[in-house]
Ligand binder design. Structure first.
Ligand code: FES
Length: 120
């Protein structure tokens, strides 16, 4: 059962194997990666500081490496795999129909760059 709303993202041949690209969906940066022919999508923001992960590197072992301080994330689960990032990136659901990729956005977002203030 899924009430997810899918948005058309890109033609399936837009991102070749080993590639990644950023798209904007509802004002949010979405990373689409093609890891050995399998597509995955996630919020295109590092959880350590604000930078786009698509400006980094897609590693052969299925991780994306942040361009700023080198943290890596699993492109399938979004899990942070190395420091300095400790939180994972939200992953988005994908479906492919007639060679077009559609994405359903994860409501969870990356929050970076804000300091918490103590209240009371
Ligand atoms: S901004 Fe990504 S690891 Fe620091």
């Amino acid at each position: 059962m899924s009430d997810q709303q899918f948005h058309k993202l890109a033609p399936a041949d837009d991102v070749p194997p080993g590639g990644m690209k950023q798209y904007t969906v509802e004002g949010r940066p979405v990373a689409l990666v093609n890891a050995d022919g399998e597509f995955h999508a996630f919020e295109d923001v590092c959880t350590h500081q604000f930078v786009h992960l698509t400006e980094g590197e897609l590693l052969p072992d299925g991780k994306v490496k942040c361009p700023l301080h080198g943290a890596s994330f699993d492109v399938v689960t979004g899990e942070a795999k190395s420091l300095p990032a400790v939180k994972g990136v939200p992953v988005h659901e994908l479906k492919i129909e007639r060679a077009e990729i559609y994405v359903a956005l994860n409501p969870e977002r990356v929050k970076t760059g804000k300091r918490r203030r103590r209240t009371g």
